[in-house]
Design a protein around this ligand. Structure first.
Ligand SMILES: NC(=O)c1ccc[n+]([C@@H]2O[C@H](COP(=O)([O-])OP(=O)(O)OC[C@H]3O[C@@H](n4cnc5c(N)ncnc54)[C@H](O)[C@@H]3O)[C@@H](O)[C@H]2O)c1
Length: 454
């Protein structure tokens, strides 16, 4: 039974591979970056609809463990291998799998395996680029957590690797798959709130865990963690359990608030408004007000972005708890979006009283009489105004939806809902926020040079 399935896959891989090889030689290596091009030999491989998709998990930490649990509950999806650099998480992977799976501390061993169709990766941000490029070059599709990149140039290398190797790359900002954001997009496109010229998005936290002060596992040591590999391309330093556990607090591995939290808000805005490029400019203020624990990133940051049709203001603090919300302000009202609901607050944009500021009494009274005669609705003619609410169904989980979309793309070869181009645009917007904050200058996106100036 199993043998039949593999030979069917091999057949598809070979026939698709021949066509792909013909295409690959026509691609211009300079357009994609040499490293992405040099190994452009992986054929596209579709998983037949009847087959189970078998994935390998790289990084079984806070997010990875949840993704793994959720994925193995999906119909037609199975985890066959897992990789982490810490013994405790290798153990956790085995617990989650609930059956024997291949485990290792070397992720490339997953890429070499024939029984791994695709990868789900949830490693710290400084590892995203290398793992995505290696997956693509090994012929494996990859779900990679947000933000897509740690540095701007990486995004273009990753996108090229996906394109040249004909791989599905999906970035893990789950709002791109949420029913709420899809509904908000539909309402926005229908013009439910008219012309939007301002968007505001914010959230706040007020607890150590929310500020990334995660408890250090008691057995963490150079014996239980492969620290040298974990550092990857980051500056070398002696084993540091704080950095391993709370890596978001350090620029060597993360991007602070923008990379961790703005990225979700930006994904929502880009999804709803159909944004397909980075913002033109960004201007930030930020500071480290409270969590003086050795971190080198702000705990509070606000950024204004310029988009073609509106400007967007994002603000996130780790010092006060506040509900996450995104607000599209339009000439026809306000679209209010939260994780679990979207509301249209309709406005008619009209005067409801005569507008005669500072007029003397008689002039005002004469005008008012005339105005009311023309504008007051006829008795019995008024209708209710439609403000609309939409909620998630009970127990809704957008991570599950996002993973389902990924595995569906792996199966069907249809583009992912959050491909490398989408992920790159939101990641660049995050880097622009940090750039502006660090340099105390306006960050300008240079589309030709593909870099941030200012
Ligand atoms: N989409 C979301 O809502 C969401 C939520 C949390 C985290 N994330 C993202 O998920 C990623 C992981 O975050 P986390 O909080 O789970 O981090 P974490 O530190 O809890 O877990 C990361 C794990 O990756 C392992 N790892 C690191 N480098 C590796 C390598 N080269 N090979 C194999 N394993 C390696 C580490 O040992 C660790 O166990 C980050 O990119 C983060 O931004 C996304």
């Amino acid at each position: 039974m199993r043998r039949t399935r593999i030979s069917r896959r091999d057949f598809m891989a070979r026939t698709a591979g021949a066509a792909f090889a013909a295409n690959a030689v026509m691609l211009d290596p300079d357009a994609y970056g040499k490293s992405a091009f040099s190994l452009a030999v992986s054929p596209p491989r579709a998983v037949p609809p009847s087959d189970t998709i078998r994935f390998g998990m790289i990084g079984v930490g806070m997010q990875g463990s949840g993704l793994m649990r959720t994925s193995i509950e999906l119909p037609g999806v199975e985890c066959v291998a897992a990789c982490d650099l810490y013994d405790g998480r290798v153990e956790l992977a085995k617990e989650i799998a609930g059956k024997p799976i291949f485990t290792t501390k070397r992720y490339k061993e997953l890429l070499d395996r024939q029984d791994v169709d695709c990868i789900v990766a949830a490693v710290p941000d400084h590892w995203h680029k290398q793992i995505v490029v290696d997956c693509c070059q090994a012929g494996k599709d990859v779900y990679c957590e947000k933000p897509m990149t740690h540095h701007v140039p990486e995004g273009f290398e990753m996108a090229a690797a996906a394109k040249v190797n004909n791989r599905i790359v999906q970035i893990g900002s789950q709002r791109a798959s949420s029913v709420i954001y899809r509904k908000a997009k539909e309402l926005y496109e229908q013009g439910a709130v008219g012309d939007v010229c301002l968007v505001e998005a914010s959230l706040g936290r007020n607890d150590p865990c929310g500020a990334w002060v995660y408890t250090i596992p008691p057995d963490l040591s150079p014996e239980t963690v492969d620290w040298e590999t974990w550092l990857g391309t980051a500056p070398k330093r002696p084993f540091d359990p704080k950095r391993w556990t709370r890596w978001r607090c350090y620029q060597d591995y993360g991007e602070g608030i923008p990379g961790d939290l703005f990225v979700h808000l930006l994904t929502g805005i880009h999804t709803i408004a159909g944004i397909t490029a980075p913002p033109a400019r960004a201007s930030s203020v930020g500071g480290l007000f409270r969590w003086n624990d050795g971190r080198d990133v702000p705990d509070c940051i606000s950024t204004f972005y310029d988009y073609p049709k509106f400007h967007a203001m994002l603000r996130v603090t780790l010092n006060t708890s506040a509900e996450e919300g995104t607000y599209f302000f339009g000439t026809g009202g306000m679209l209010e979006v939260h994780d679990d609901r979207v509301t249209v607050w309709a406005q008619d944009g009209m005067d409801h009283e005569p507008c005669t500021p500072g007029w003397p009494r008689k002039m005002r009274a004469d005008y008012a009489e005339h105005w009311h005669g023309e504008h007051d609705p006829k008795p019995g003619s008024q209708q209710t105004m439609a403000s609309q609410n939409f909620y998630t169904p009970p127990g809704y989980n957008d991570d599950r939806e996002h993973l389902w979309n990924y595995f569906t793309s792996v199966r069907t070869r249809q583009p992912s809902v959050e491909d490398a181009s989408f992920g790159n645009n939101t990641a660049i917007a995050c880097h622009m926020a940090n750039h502006s904050c660090d340099k105390k200058a306006i960050a300008v996106w240079d589309e030709n040079a593909k870099e941030i100036r200012g």
